[in-house]
Ligand binder design. Structure first.
Ligand SMILES: [Zn+2]
Length: 245
C-alpha cells in the first residue's frame, strides 16, 4: 500500500502484522541525453510497485534528493541535483525516528544510485545507514531509558542475537541490485536504459541516442525492454528475499 493513501486502521494492521516498509531512496542525476534524470529512483519505485502486487508492503513516498554528486556532469543544463550526505543524515534520522515512533519495526531504504560500491558505501547510502543507527539508539533510549542494554532484562541479548533477532535490523539500507546479480551494471548504458524500457518507457527517448557524446552512454542504443525484463526478474527475486514479514 502507498503510505500516503493509508488510513490509521490500515497502518495499525501493517504494524501488527510487521509488514515491510520500503523507502525508495535515490537521486536526480544526468543520465545522458536519452534518459530521464530520475532513472535511479524510478527503477526502485517501479519495481516496488510490481512487488506490491504480490506481497503486503508499505511503500513510502520516494525520496529523490540524495547526493547525486557532479561526478558525471556539472549541474548547469544537465539536471543533476546534489544534496550532500552531511545534510541527508539528520533528515534521515528524523524520518526513521518518526517511523519507529509510529510503530514500524521492519523498515527498508532501497537505493540504486552508486551501489556498485555499496559494501564500502557512498554518500547517500552511508548517510541513511548512519541515520538508521542513530534513530534506533535514540528511540531505544527514549523508550527504555539510558542503560537499557546493560539492564538485566537484556541478559539474553547475545543468544537472541545469534538467533537472528536484532534491534538494529529495524532499519536497513539495501542496494536495488545485489552484487552477485548477472546483469550489466552501468550508468545510462545498456543496463540502465534497458531497465527503464522495461519499467518506465516514457523515461527513454531513442530519438536522442545520437546526441550522446560520453563513453558511458555508448552502449545505450543496444538497450532493449527484453534485457530490462531479465533485470527486473532478478530485482524482484532480490526484493522477495529482503522484504519479508
Ligand atoms: Zn543511474
Amino acid at each position: 500500500m502507498r503510505y500516503e493513501l493509508m488510513l490509521p486502521h490500515q497502518i495499525r494492521k501493517a504494524i501488527a502484522e510487521n509488514w515491510p516498509v520500503a523507502l525508495p531512496l535515490g537521486v536526480l542525476e544526468y543520465h545522458g541525453e536519452h534518459m530521464a534524470v530520475g532513472m535511479d529512483t524510478l527503477a526502485v519505485v517501479k519495481t516496488l510497485e510490481l512487488f506490491e502486487k504480490e506481497r503486503d508492503v508499505v511503500i513510502l513516498p520516494p525520496f529523490y534528493y540524495g547526493a547525486a554528486s557532479y561526478a558525471v556532469a556539472p549541474p548547469e543544463g544537465s539536471g543533476s541535483v546534489q544534496v550532500g550526505g552531511t545534510a541527508l543524515a539528520p533528515f534521515g534520522e528524523e524520518l526513521f525516528y518518526s517511523l519507529l515512533r509510529i510503530g514500524f519495526r521492519n523498515i527498508h531504504a532501497i537505493i540504486h544510485h552508486q551501489t556498485e560500491n555499496f559494501a564500502a558505501g557512498m554518500p547517500t547510502d552511508l548517510a541513511f545507514k548512519t541515520a538508521g543507527r542513530q534513530a534506533i539508539f535514540r528511540f531505544l533510549e527514549k523508550e527504555r531509558g539510558e542503560g537499557w542494554w546493560g539492564s538485566q532484562a537484556m541478559a539474553a541479548y547475545y543468544a537472541e542475537h545469534a538467533e537472528g533477532s536484532n534491534f538494529f535490523n529495524w532499519v536497513q539500507v539495501h542496494p536495488l541490485m545485489s552484487a552477485d546479480m548477472k546483469y550489466p551494471f552501468d550508468h545510462a548504458g545498456i543496463g540502465e536504459t534497458s531497465l527503464m524500457l522495461a519499467l518506465c518507457p516514457e523515461a527513454v527517448d531513442a530519438a536522442h541516442f545520437g546526441d550522446n557524446k560520453s563513453w558511458y552512454t555508448a552502449s545505450a542504443p543496444e538497450a532493449s525492454a527484453e534485457l530490462g525484463q531479465k533485470g527486473v526478474a532478478m530485482i524482484m527475486d532480490h526484493l522477495r528475499a529482503i522484504l519479508r514479514i
